[in-house]
Ligand binder design. Structure first.
Ligand code: PGA
Length: 255
């Protein structure tokens, strides 16, 4: 089997004004300049407003791309305040996060809706990064395998095999996001192997062996190498630490 790529994606969430975002992008380009990309890919995921300008800045930076944090499932229409996959693609994005736990929690996005968003992203040539993960209560009451299995099944598994090939999964335990609590490498590996196994059951081993599964939740320069060293962890979705160019570069370096 050819080794899988490592993806390090920075989710900026609702941080930085466009001016601050341009500055952070420039700092990142400088900080990443000395790093040998090898089989790594870097994805910067700023707020929608910044995509065009940051995509232009990263144009020509090999192995780096820009992504969005969400999209609507329709191409266009009377959906005041929404942004479509077609729009973010045209602005220069290549990836889009779908189903981040903050979207599930605060905007009530459910698996059925997320399936439509994943489909829209794929239809426009974007790579969706589909998030799953359990809450603290679900971790503690032992229902987390069931929760994750349902998120993956309902959000992804109606896709045809030629489509699922273009999907990236991110396992983000909700209790580890922004809390400074990281899943241990063993805890994360257990879930990543479980998710890969779900893919094998649905689509066979060939597809399961190739699907990229990122870990997210308090990834920092001091824990990245250990997490990314696990067999089924193909990189990370980084929140807080992606807002600091030196920390993000250190995490990329660790991959
Ligand atoms: P964090 O966020 O790294 O700040 O925990 C991760 C995420 O929400 O994607």
């Amino acid at each position: 089997m050819t080794p899988r790529l490592k993806i390090i994606a920075g989710n900026w969430k609702m941080y930085t004004t466009p001016t601050e975002g341009d500055k952070l992008a420039d700092e990142l380009i400088t900080a990443l300049a000395g790093i040998d990309p090898g089989n790594k890919r870097i994805v910067v995921m700023p707020p929608f407003l910044h995509i065009r300008s940051i995509a232009e800045r990263f144009n020509g930076v090999k192995h780096a791309s820009v992504g969005a944090q969400n999209c609507h499932f329709e191409n266009e229409g009377a959906y005041t305040g929404e942004i479509s996959a077609a729009m973010i693609k045209d602005a220069g994005a290549e990836y889009v996060i779908v189903g981040h736990s903050e979207r599930r929690q605060y905007f009530h996005e459910d698996n059925a809706l997320l399936y439509k968003k994943v489909s829209a992203a794929l239809a426009h040539g974007l790579t969706p990064i589909y998030c799953c993960g359990e809450t603290l209560v679900q971790r503690e009451n032992g229902s987390y395998f069931e929760v994750i299995s349902k998120q993956i099944n309902e959000g992804l598994f109606d896709l045809m095999p030629d489509m699922i090939n273009n999907v990236i999964v991110a396992y983000e335990p909700v209790w580890a996001i922004g809390t400074g609590k990281t899943a241990s490498p063993e805890q994360a590996q257990e879930i990543h192997a479980f998710i890969r196994n779900l893919f094998a059951g649905q689509y066979g081993h060939e597809i399961a062996d190739h699907v990229l599964i990122l870990y997210g939740g308090s990834v920092k320069p001091n824990n990245a190498a250990e997490l990314f060293g696990m067999k089924d962890i193909d990189g990370g979705l980084v929140g807080g630490a992606s807002l600091n160019a030196a920390d993000f570069a250190a995490i990329v370096h660790a991959a």
